[in-house]
Design a protein around this ligand. Structure first.
Ligand SMILES: NC(=O)c1ccc[n+]([C@@H]2O[C@H](COP(=O)([O-])OP(=O)(O)OC[C@H]3O[C@@H](n4cnc5c(N)ncnc54)[C@H](OP(=O)(O)O)[C@@H]3O)[C@@H](O)[C@H]2O)c1
Length: 265
């Protein structure tokens, strides 16, 4: 534990330098957790260290799409009393599958799937040994439908939801005190959209009202840390309604509307 920290509890957040991950770091600090923020460039986290001087903000630069770095991160984290892991780092590759760049897609899958999978296993084993801890994996509303023109990103988020739901069921069935909860945000105004479309300054376009990123972080963190029974969480009335509707409408309608929405972004 750092000398200045008033508590020894730590949370690890991947993709912590901006967007949703940065917002999770701040919400965790408000809940009196020290934070280990991970990204390729974590310099922005110094702002949080200045704002919360009585807590410790560790800023660790790791490219998690490089598989070995996930073990390096885990090994380094062993020196801290980690109670929470938020697997948040992720991005998308938008476009028609016949045209998107294979190398970029493989890098995205290394981050969205392989890094999240490995970190979930490392930390789950540690938390089970300690008989305490919680993992929050960031999926998306994208997990609930295939998406023409954004195919591999949506598929990667379906993997996150499927994996987490299965692991959490194992944990409940074996009466473990640890949970792996999958969080499914809808669209948020972050840099995700410019990175995913390879267009600088691209913004999210959606017919529904977008929740503020900090509001989503606060609400989903509170619910994710609290729930005992649920495997995954959808936040916001509109998102809940979309999931309900999705179950009733024919698949061809859903695919058609996702196609129109994604094609015109
Ligand atoms: N924005 C949305 O509408 C939305 C909706 C649903 C789900 N999500 C999910 O929410 C999560 C956070 O996205 P966001 O919207 O906050 O996007 P963002 O603003 O682009 O932030 C992405 C974060 O991931 C980090 N990152 C990217 N590549 C990395 C790598 N190879 N290794 C380590 N860290 C890396 C970035 O930092 P560096 O660039 O410094 O590495 C940054 O901190 C993602 O999993 C995304 O799929 C987003």
């Amino acid at each position: 534990m750092s000398k200045k920290a008033s508590t020894n509890k730590y949370a690890v957040v991947t993709g912590a330098s901006k967007g949703l991950g940065f917002a999770y770091c701040e919400e965790l600090l408000k809940l009196n957790y020290n934070v280990i923020g991970v990204a390729r460039d974590t310099s922005a986290l110094m702002e949080l260290q200045e704002k919360y001087p009585s807590l410790d903000v560790q800023a660790w630069n790791f490219d998690l799409s490089i598989f070995e770095n996930n073990k390096k991160l885990f090994d380094k984290a062993q020196a801290f009393d980690v109670e929470i892991l938020i697997n948040n780092a992720g991005y998308g590759v938008w476009g028609f599958f016949k045209e998107t760049d294979l190398e970029q897609e493989m890098n995205m899958l290394d981050l969205n799937i392989k890094s999240l999978h490995a970190l979930t296993k490392y930390f789950l084993q540690l938390f089970l040994e300690k008989q305490a801890g919680r993992i929050l994996n960031i999926s998306s509303m994208a997990a609930f439908s295939p998406a023409p023109v954004f195919s591999s990103y949506y598929a990667s988020k379906a993997y996150v939801l499927s994996l987490g739901t299965a692991i959490n069921t194992e944990l409940k069935k074996t009466k473990a005190p640890v949970r792996v909860i999958t969080l499914c945000p809808g669209a948020l105004k972050t840099d995700f959209w410019s990175r995913s479309s390879n267009r600088k300054g691209a913004v999210v376009k959606t017919p529904v009202k977008i929740m503020k990123t900090s509001t989503y972080a606060r609400k989903s963190l509170q619910a994710g840390l609290k729930t005992k029974r649920k495997n995954y969480l959808i936040t916001g009335l509109t998102n809940k309604l979309i999931i309900k509707l999705n179950k009733w409408i024919p698949e061809s309608w859903a695919l058609n509307s996702v196609y129109k929405y994604q094609k015109n972004r």
